[in-house]
Design a binder for this molecule. Structure first.
Ligand SMILES: NC(=O)c1ccc[n+]([C@@H]2O[C@H](COP(=O)([O-])OP(=O)(O)OC[C@H]3O[C@@H](n4cnc5c(N)ncnc54)[C@H](OP(=O)(O)O)[C@@H]3O)[C@@H](O)[C@H]2O)c1
Length: 339
C-alpha cells in the first residue's frame, strides 16, 4: 500500500516525509481493532509536535506514518461486531502519538470511532480532535448562557469552539487577525483583532458590559492574558489552556501560572490544561450538529494524498484557517452513506 513515512525528525518531520508505495498493510492485533481503508485524514498539530519532541525516541516506532483523525471504510471488522465490513466510520487512530492513518490502510479502535452518518469523509475527518477538544473545554465547565473568550478563533479548535459554544447557548468573543475577522463573525463570534496589540485592553473594555465566565486559550503566547484574567473574567472563571510543548519557553510560564500560590502573587483564576479525550457520545453530538448545519466544518484546504507534504508545510506554518484535510481515496458508491 501507499504510506507517508518518516524515520528522522531532524529539522521537523515535514522535510523527512517520504511516500512509500510498497509499505506493508497493517494487521489487526486486538479484539476492538479494525482495519480501515482510509478515505480522508484531518491534520492537527499533534500529527507533528510529539514527533518533534523528546517523546520521539520512546513513543514512536520508525518508520512512522503520521495522521490521527480519519474517515474510512471498515475492511476487517472488530471481534466485538460493533462495525461490519463496508461500514464507513470516522474518529481517531488507535494511538494518538503514533498516528498511522496517512496511508491506504490503517488500524482504528472501536473506542475511538463512530459511524459517519450523512457526513462527507472530508467533513468527518476534520472533526475528532479539534471538535472534541473544543467541546470538552467548554461543556462541563460552565452553566448555560455564559460569556466565553476564545483566544485564537480562526484555527481548527477555534472555529469549532465558537460554534460549539453557540450551540450550547453561550455568547462568544474571540481574538483573531483582521484577515480572519469576517470568518469568525460569520460563525457567530464578536471579534477582537489581536494584531492591533490592544487585546487585554479590549477585553477589559468588553468586560465592563459583561465579564467573561470562561477563557479558552488556543494560543498561549501572551502570559498577561492569564495574569490579568481577574480583570476581565467573573470570580471562579476557568482558564483553559490547549497548547502543550515540552520546551522551556512554554514550561517556565506555564509552571509558574500553575504552581505559584495566590498569596505569593500567583494568578487569581484556576488554570487547567486539557487533553482531548475520544468520548464517542460527544463525537456523535458534534456529528449531529454538523448534519443539522448548526456547526459548519471550516476547511482551510483539501489536498490530494500526493500533496501531503505541502499540507504539513501549511499545518506547521501556524496560519491554518479551520482545518486541513488530506483526501486519500474515494468511498465505495454503495457504502458511502452507511449509518
Ligand atoms: N490539548 C489538546 O488536546 C489539544 C487538542 C487540539 C489542539 N491543541 C493545541 O491547541 C492549539 C490550537 O490548535 P489548532 O488545531 O486550533 O491550531 P491551528 O489550527 O494551527 O491554529 C492556527 C490559527 O491560529 C491563529 N493564530 C495564530 N497566532 C494567533 C494569536 N496570537 N492570536 C490569535 N490567533 C492566532 C492563526 O490565524 P492568524 O495567524 O491569522 O492569526 C490560525 O488561524 C495548538 O497549540 C494545538 O497543539 C491541543
Amino acid at each position: 500500500m501507499r504510506a507517508w513515512q518518516y524515520s528522522s525528525n531532524g529539522g521537523g518531520i515535514t522535510p523527512n516525509l517520504r511516500l512509500n508505495t510498497n509499505a506493508a498493510v497493517p494487521t489487526v492485533k486486538a479484539s476492538k481493532e479494525m482495519l480501515i481503508r482510509v478515505l480522508a485524514v484531518g491534520l492537527n498539530p499533534v500529527d507533528h509536535r510529539p514527533a518533534e519532541s523528546i517523546l520521539y525516541p520512546f513513543a514512536i516506532s520508525k518508520p512512522a506514518t503520521p495522521g490521527t483523525d480519519f474517515a474510512g471504510e471498515v475492511v476487517q471488522g472488530p471481534a466485538n461486531d460493533l462495525f461490519q465490513k463496508g461500514d464507513v466510520v470516522f474518529g481517531s487512530a488507535k494511538n494518538i502519538f503514533a498516528g498511522g492513518m496517512l496511508a491506504d490502510y490503517g488500524i482504528a479502535n472501536t473506542d475511538h470511532a463512530i459511524s459517519i452518518g450523512p457526513l462527507s469523509p472530508t467533513d468527518a475527518a476534520a472533526i475528532p480532535i479539534a471538535g472534541l477538544t473544543a467541546y470538552q473545554s467548554i461543556f462541563p465547565r460552565i452553566k448555560p448562557n455564559r460569556r466565553i473568550f476564545i483566544n485564537g478563533g480562526s484555527g481548527g479548535t477555534g472555529t469549532f469552539g465558537i460554534q460549539i459554544a453557540k450551540a450550547m447557548g453561550h455568547k462568544v468573543t474571540v481574538s483573531c487577525s483582521s484577515r480572519n475577522a469576517e470568518l469568525c463573525r460569520s460563525l457567530g463570534a464578536e471579534v477582537i483583532d489581536y494584531t492591533e496589540g490592544l487585546l487585554l485592553h479590549d477585553l477589559k473594555e468588553a468586560a465592563k458590559v459583561r465579564k467573561f465566565d470562561l477563557v479558552l486559550d488556543n494560543v498561549f503566547t501572551n502570559p498577561e492574558l492569564y495574569w490579568k484574567a481577574h480583570e476581565y473574567t467573573s470570580e471562579g472563571a476557568p482558564y483553559i489552556v490547549l497548547p502543550f510543548n515540552m520546551t522551556a519557553s512554554f514550561m517556565v510560564p506555564f509552571l509558574s501560572m500553575k504552581l505559584l500560590p495566590r498569596f505569593m502573587g500567583g494568578g487569581q483564576r484556576t488554570l487547567t490544561q486539557i487533553f482531548g479525550q475520544p468520548k464517542l457520545e460527544q463525537l456523535e453530538q458534534i456529528r449531529d450538529w454538523v448534519t443539522e448545519k448548526r456547526v459548519k466544518v471550516v476547511l482551510d484546504q483539501v489536498v490530494p494524498f500526493e500533496q501531503t507534504k505541502q499540507a504539513f508545510e501549511r499545518l506547521t506554518s501556524g496560519r491554518t484557517v479551520g482545518k486541513i484535510v488530506v483526501g486519500v481515496a474515494e468511498a465505495s458508491a454503495t457504502k458511502s452513506k452507511s449509518v
